[in-house]
Design a protein around this ligand. Sequence first.
Ligand code: NAD
Length: 261
Amino acid sequence: MSLKGKAALVTGSTSGIGLAIARAFAGQGANVCINGFGDAAAIEKERSGIEAEFGVKAIYSGADMSKGPETEAMVSDAIKQLGAVDILVNNAGIQFVSPVEDFPPEKWDQILAINLSSAFHATRAAVPGMKAKKWGRIINTASAHALVASPFKSAYVAAKHGIAGFTKAIALETATFGITSNAICPGYVWTPLVEKQIPDTMAARKMTREQVINDVLLLAQPTKQFVTVEEVAALAVYLAGDMARSITGSIISIDGGWTAA
Ligand code: NAD
């Protein structure tokens, strides 16, 4: 198991892509800290299930990634409980769809806080330990929207372009410490985040559910298929491994050809 002995913290991992990444790391032998919101009993079932299925230690933090001090405390707590945070995946993210003139300012602030600033706070807290061990992996879940835009997603697109720049800056700062910093840019992945934005997109564009799926979401994706969470998780596992030590500062697309167009 290639990640045996490593400790990984994945933000926003009670669902979707983050959960798949945490499970894939555990499948490679890493101890994991999961984070995110949801039903307490369902989260506990997931956490204990990871321990039972993969024979690793799994802890949970309910820290709110829109709050810097909570984010920092989550990292310190994971270091205390797991001995280190060798692999940090900044994955928590939310979406909000609206024309800019109607975009609620508090939604803008929330998206920037969760999708961008939380990566700063968590990275800031995790890098000293990584530098001391001369090994670390920072993987940011960005998006095709880190590279190209879509209408009505101004805050999300701004935050994701921001995370691409942050990824590169951290790669340069940490390059001589055995640490890599990369961003994964998925196209449309079938998760609750995508499912939840369908009603708003239907309203914003005056479309049916089928039209949103086929003419908006998959319109941009030449393969005409959603990316799967397992595919994204497999890429994260690769980036976390020793064979990926020379990949740093990279903004890596996994988008069915979306950004090739
Ligand atoms: P999801 O809604 O399934 O999961 C989001 C996770 O973040 C959940 O665990 C949720 O509880 C957590 N979360 C939300 N707000 C939080 C907060 N304030 N503090 C802590 N945790 C919080 O979504 P997903 O599709 O798996 O998205 C994960 C990441 O992937 C996001 O950054 C998203 O922008 C990105 N992404 C998703 C897609 C896609 O098509 N699904 C495409 C590209 C990028």
